[in-house]
Write a protein that binds this ligand. Structure first.
Ligand code: FMN
Length: 184
């Protein structure tokens, strides 16, 4: 699969069915992320891969309302970083930027592997960080649900979420987020 196709196929779907997660799959996902660029090659991303029943249930207890669909994940990837792990240039703190790029690489590789990898912000950070053993000073940026696209719609989705399953949520057109030559 080329990058264009993977970008087009990647979706944050919520109707997931279980898939067996092997250590090789985890290595593939981590390996793709680790090839990401970073400021001074600092590689500030940190991942916790959770696939045991007890570990998953611990993370699921931290989910916010509306994210119960996440409980169908076969693998959860906890993503954290810290300011000290990356460059700070004036107002620019690169840890979350570089970690986000690495996650982007991981999502594309997951897509290529036939998986759904859906990152979320809707969780209690303190509870999720505790469940994942994330150090206190670190920032838990996201947790990612990984599974297989289900053939049938999850019965617990809201009307809005059901709409998102059937078509990609609309994107802002070029003029809304980009300019040629100068912004203004
Ligand atoms: C940082 C971040 C936080 C998100 N948080 C949630 C969330 O809490 N719950 C949810 O259902 N989806 C969440 N999403 C998924 C977005 O809603 C989704 O990416 C967006 O609607 C675009 O859809 P697409 O990824 O299928 O193109 C999040 C995505 C990102 C990148």
């Amino acid at each position: 699969m080329d990058v264009k196709k993977a970008s087009e196929e990647r979706r944050s779907l919520r109707s997931l069915e279980s898939v067996e997660i092997t250590r090789d799959m985890i290595d593939e996902l981590a390996g793709a992320a680790s090839l990401s660029p970073s400021c001074f090659n600092k590689q500030p991303w940190r991942f916790v891969f959770v696939r045991s029943r007890e570990g998953l249930d611990r993370v699921f207890a931290s989910l916010s309302r509306g994210n119960d669909w996440f409980k169908a994940a076969s693998l959860v990837v906890g993503v954290f970083t810290a300011k000290e792990l990356d460059c700070v240039v004036g107002r620019r703190e690169y840890c979350q930027f570089d970690t986000g790029m690495a996650v982007g690489m991981m999502l594309l590789r997951a897509t290529e592997m036939g998986l759904i990898a859906h990152p979320i912000a809707g969780f209690d950070e303190e509870a999720a960080a505790k469940a994942l053993g994330v150090p206190g000073e670190a920032i838990l940026v996201t947790i990612i649900a990984v599974g297989r696209k289900a053939q049938t719609l999850s019965p617990i989705l809201s009307p809005h979420q059901i709409e998102d399953e059937s078509r990609r949520p609309p994107r802002i057109p070029f003029e809304g987020f980009a300019r040629e030559e100068m912004w203004s």
